[in-house]
Design a protein around this ligand. Structure first.
Ligand code: ATP
Ligand code: MG
Length: 425
């Protein structure tokens, strides 16, 4: 019978890879915590309407990429393609926005029906940060400082490049929209199929096109920066000033508009050259209108980002994995009495925080030691009838052929500690 395969674009993360994921997730949690962002856990499935209304009907995500299905009662539901919409929905539903500020983070799988390729999957993982209630550029800058700290903690080399832009207010976008359409009409025949369609429904999206011919046309296109309203210009200048104060280099990318409809003013992307075509590791911006757009009574200023974990994990690489996958002590026990006694030692070592693996069942010494070697343990604890009678244990430092000592059982924890600090790499 043939075996069942995973769904295309949905990956298993195998044990040899999960260590680096755990490391990255740990750094994220600690860093969010340092900036006083609190975790929010959200469902994987929402009403389709939520995404259509927030992300926008004519965005790629909603038009082509969602996993949408009818529930048993006929209601249209979708697997979440991103986290911001759910975050706002939850905030509204639980009254989090009544004269309050919130800094929130989330982490988990997202789903988009895209063409799978390196760095682009159908189930992928995002960690996001969202700050509600603050209108100023200091919040935008804090999000940048937070992400920059994540790169430093993960020792990314080189640090991804920060690209920023401002989309202004809705008047800005309307003025700019007209200018852009006037410009692009002249090249309409040369635009790619998607862009032609967008020229009618959502021309700003064309700036996001990845088609090289369209990009060429765009080089001389008008700039949204030249259409900014006064307040947005000040906001942007102050944002740039704060980045300089924080010593974070950036470039202004006039074509950065982001693929979602809800952004205004600040938008940004962290881009690396190390991952081929899929270079964006983190992206976000300000979305002051979204809460109200989803039914909130008052405007709630907000800004946030989403970070692509799959790409980040690839950047960190396998070096990040070693700490999480190791074993400190491997227990080798020969004979029934020794096996019974070995539970006691294994549990005591675990009480003290050591990672302990035991050979299960009966096995010859040679066989057990082979497993010990494979486990990567630093020390193995050898226990036979002699040791049990004398109330001693034998410790063998793996990979150091000549270091083997027999000690009183009561010295076990201390001695293991000493050997580990000496021989753990
Ligand atoms: P892209 O331009 O690469 O399609 P996007 O603009 O669709 O990205 P966002 O919706 O802003 O991406 O998501 C934020 C981050 O999530 C991206 O910068 C990327 O790191 C990651 N991401 C988005 N889609 C995928 C995917 N299909 N597979 C893996 N990571 C993804
Ligand atoms: Mg995309």
């Amino acid at each position: 019978m043939s075996t069942v395969q995973a769904v295309r674009g949905m990956n298993d993360i195998l044990p040899q890879a999960s260590g680096v994921w755990q490391h990255v997730e740990h750094v994220l949690r600690v860093t969010f915590d340092r900036y006083a962002y609190r975790e929010i856990r959200l469902p994987l499935i929402e009403k389709t309407e939520l995404f259509a209304r927030s992300i926008g009907e004519v965005t790629d995500i909603v038009a082509k990429e969602m996993y949408t299905f009818a529930d048993r009662n006929g209601e249209s539901l979708s697997l979440r393609p991103e986290g911001t919409a759910s975050c706002v929905r939850a905030g509204l539903e639980h009254g989090l926005f009544h004269n309050q500020t919130h800094r929130l983070w989330y982490l988990g799988p997202m789903f988009r029906h895209e063409r799978p390729q390196r760095g682009r999957y159908r189930q992928f993982y995002q960690a996001g940060a969202e700050a509600f209630g603050w209108p100023g550029p200091d919040t935008d800058a804090e999000l940048i400082a937070l992400s920059a700290r994540i790169w430093r903690e993960l020792d990314l080399q080189p640090i991804p490049n920060l690209e920023i832009n401002s989309l202004g207010d809705s008047d800005t976008r309307q003025r700019f929209r007209q200018k852009l359409v006037d410009y692009l009409r002249r090249y309409e025949g040369d635009l790619d199929h998607d862009s032609k369609h967008r020229l009618q429904v959502n021309p700003l999206r064309i700036l996001d096109s990845k088609n090289p011919d369209t990009q060429k046309i765009l080089t001389a296109a008008p700039k949204i920066r030249d259409c900014l309203d006064r307040e947005s210009r000040t906001h942007f200048d102050q944002f740039c000033g704060l980045l300089t104060l924080l010593n974070i280099p950036f470039t202004v990318n006039d074509r950065l508009v982001r693929g979602l409809d809800y952004y205004n003013r600040t938008v940004f992307e962290w881009v690396t050259t190390k991952l081929g075509a899929q270079g964006a590791v983190c992206a976000g911006g300000r979305y002051d209108g979204l809460v109200q757009h989803l039914g909130g009574k008052k405007q709630v200023p907000a800004a946030g980002f989403a970070l692509g974990l799959d790409r980040l994990v690839e950047l960190v690489g396998s070096e990040g994995a070693t700490w999480a996958n190791g074993v400190d002590v491997y227990i080798v026990a020969l004979g029934e009495a020794a096996r019974a006694k070995s539970w006691d030692y294994a549990e005591t070592l675990r009480d003290h925080g050591y990672r302990v693996e035991s050979f299960c069942g009966e096995g010859a010494m040679k066989n057990q030691l082979k497993r010990a070697d494979k486990s990567g343990a630093v020390v193995s604890l050898l226990l036979g009838e002699d040791e049990v009678c004398a109330n001693t244990v034998t410790l063998k430092v793996m990979r150091q052929r000549d270091i083997q000592i027999t000690i009183d059982a009561e010295d076990l924890v201390d001695k293991v500690g000493i050997l580990l600090s000496e021989y753990r790499v």
